[in-house]
Design a protein around this ligand. Structure first.
Ligand code: ADP
Ligand code: ADP
Length: 228
């Protein structure tokens, strides 16, 4: 069962004619956790931004459950929870409002959204800052709120772009537990972008290595140990 099918994808940024992705072919299968590993500037974020429809491919196609991503942005946003590296740019919403509103936008009833919001505030230890505005909390706290807004609504696909970056070890472990749980207990298909090899080895089923805009997919994480 194929969730994402990417065929011969290329992305060239108009500014500077920078080729950020080239010749990328990828199948993401239902129920897997696929890691995307690679150094800074390799082209990982460019790839996932195209997968969620935030950037238009220069060449090639991306389909999600058979839908062309660049033509079905509404459906894509209903199916995919996306965690970007810049979650919640400065906003006046409070922590709990941001989570609740996201749940409502994804079609949850008011009472379900409230219950889920309370659950994630508790689970992610955000209770004490629930009424603080996003612009008044720390970058690390904003990342955790970003994770809550990614997950709420039980999306079948999660695309997480370096969700554990700059988190303390305890929070990082909590995020790993949540990722595995979404996959195992809720059947979510997950794409996890990371430059942390330990994270890839411990969380993902399969891994793709991105380098200089190109992607090499490995069948298991075993060969990673030889590459690094
Ligand atoms: P597109 O090809 O999608 O139209 P552009 O080249 O026009 O993209 O750039 C989109 C935005 O990204 C612009 O606001 C630009 O200033 C910014 N940008 C340009 N270079 C970089 C870079 N190296 N890294 C991150 N952002 C950049
Ligand atoms: P990664 O996520 O692996 O760190 P990116 O996809 O962010 O890599 O960047 C890949 C390449 O594309 C880099 O050389 C980066 O500077 C460039 N780039 C990223 N965004 C833009 C942009 N908006 N405009 C121009 N170049 C960009």
């Amino acid at each position: 069962n194929i969730v994402y099918e990417i065929i011969d994808l290329q992305k060239t940024y108009s500014k500077g004619k920078k080729v950020a992705n080239e010749g990328i072919n990828l199948h993401v299968f239902s129920g897997e956790i696929l890691g995307l590993l690679g150094p800074n500037g390799a082209g990982k974020s460019t790839l996932v931004k195209q997968m969620v429809g935030q950037l238009k491919p220069t060449k090639g196609t991306i389909s999600l459950y058979g839908l062309d991503v660049s033509k079905h942005s509404k459906q894509v946003s209903r199916l995919v929870g996306y965690y970007s590296q810049e979650p919640h740019a400065i906003s006046s919403l409070t922590v709990q409002e941001a989570i609740l509103i996201t749940g409502r936008l994804r079609g949850m009833s008011s009472s379900d959204a409230k219950r889920e919001t309370n659950y994630w505030l508790d689970r992610l230890e955000l209770g004490e800052i629930r009424t603080k505005q996003l612009k008044r909390i720390s970058g690390g706290q904003r990342r955790i709120v970003g994770l809550a807004t990614t997950i709420i609504g039980n999306q079948p696909v999660l695309i997480l772009d370096e969700p554990t970056n700059e988190l303390d070890p305890i929070k990082r472990k909590l995020v790993w537990d949540i990722i595995r749980e979404r996959n195992r207990d809720y059947g979510a298909t997950i794409l996890l972008v990371t430059h942390n090899v330990f994270e890839a080895e411990h969380v993902v089923d399969r891994v793709g290595v991105v380098k200089d805009g190109r992607l090499l997919v490995l069948d298991s994480v075993g060969p990673l140990k030889k590459l690094v």
